[in-house]
Design a protein around this ligand. Sequence first.
Ligand SMILES: Nc1ncnc2c1ncn2[C@@H]1O[C@H](COP(=O)(O)OP(=O)(O)OP(=O)(O)O)[C@@H](O)[C@H]1O
Ligand SMILES: [Mg+2]
Length: 471
Amino acid sequence: MSTAILVVDDDALVNDFLVTTLRESPYEVDTAFSAAGALEKIAGREYDLVISDVRMPGMDGLALLERIRTSAPDTVVVIMTAFGEIADAVRAMKAGAFEYLVKPVGADVTDAVVARALEFRRLKVENRVLREAVTRRFAAEQLIGQSAPMKRIFDLIDAVATSRATVLITGESGTGKELVARAIHYRGTRRQGPFEAINCAALPETLFESSLFGHEKGAFTGAVRAHRGLFETADAGTLLLDEISEIPTPMQAKLLRVLQEREIQRLGSDRRIPVDVRMIATTNRHIPTEIAAGNFREDLFYRLNVVAIDLPPLRDRLADIPALIELFIHRYNAENGRSVRRVSDAVLRLFERYRWPGNVRELENFIERAIVVAGGDTLTPEDFPRDLVTDGPRSKGRIIEPGLSIYEMEKALILATLEAEGNNQTKASDKLGISSRTLRNKLYEYGLKTPGGGAAPLCAEEAVTRGAEPA
Ligand SMILES: Nc1ncnc2c1ncn2[C@@H]1O[C@H](COP(=O)(O)OP(=O)(O)OP(=O)(O)O)[C@@H](O)[C@H]1O
Ligand SMILES: [Mg+2]
């Protein structure tokens, strides 16, 4: 990618001078004549460096600097001040400018400052990327499990980590499927390569296709630039297809082809690009049922299901709970500046009887909320939601009991229906007489689900949850 610089000055002569000087080097140089014009350009593309005058009609250079620091934090800003206006320069440096240039600026000085600014930007980006990688890796290494079922999962992870075999991870919502996917990547031979993830439930078909396969410039309306898809960016690494059962039907055939041929074609191109990507898919649905219902291709299932890892629900591995509590207390103490040390024995007993419909994520949410509200160093039942006590016991008793709020009753009914339908959200929403979207929203409200079903991206570019923290 070439280096892009934006020069901002209401004085056309200064702009022309800088553009001429800078274009002698292999930089792409754009100009703007006001801060507002600059912001428009910045919204359209990423600049490595912005060189801006301080005093301009309308928004000044310092306000522009502030806006850039929040909207494009990787962009380095150099401010130009008039001779004798040292106070401007001081304010700019305090506000986070990398350097200031005093007008009239000479070509030599400009070259030197630009070179240093660009080097700073390179280090800054490199540092951020490394830090993110460490964070992700750290999260992957915090996969906890001492119960017998989890020990078997760890053995499986180690066995597949060093291969390129496609892995299908199944399990109820919140059992740690994404975390296991990351563990496979970071414990394996591909750990130096990228880990990319896409949430198949969160994207419309058209965006989904270009996110995965990329597109050439002009491939469709709005494709103003060529774009590398995830299969290309994940080369030599791992690609996580989260919630694979939600993948649009026409995309299933395309995905199958990649699995068979190990090459892709960008939208709007005939060129075949070989890809070396380990694929991991997750789902909380029972795929054979989806196959029987005609929603999922059987051949794709067999291709994905080379190695199957089925994460047991938390209620079937209660032995993991104490260590998980410890991890989450530690995590949320640090985040909230608290010093909680333990949960009381009464809480532990409640936890052992609870059904955990939202599994580890629910436990994590409980602990986080309790730490935020708790006063002392021991978490007691009062620090936890009431339904831990009310719908906690694994009894299949009446849902309507005097003393319950409408909210608690509704929650109990929804969770009981879900359980009765084997966690199949489509069937449960049918029984409940609500749309599956409403059901999802309710589960989200209860802290049992992330919006959109997982780490929910908002648009094509953001769908690339590059290094996004586990949801
Ligand atoms: N074994 C574990 N050790 C530590 N943390 C865990 C473990 N399992 C799950 N978690 C935590 O629980 C939360 C949910 O995990 P994750 O997102 O991997 O679940 P999931 O199965 O992908 O859920 P969903 O089906 O809703 O997408 C995360 O914050 C994760 O860090
Ligand atoms: Mg997930």
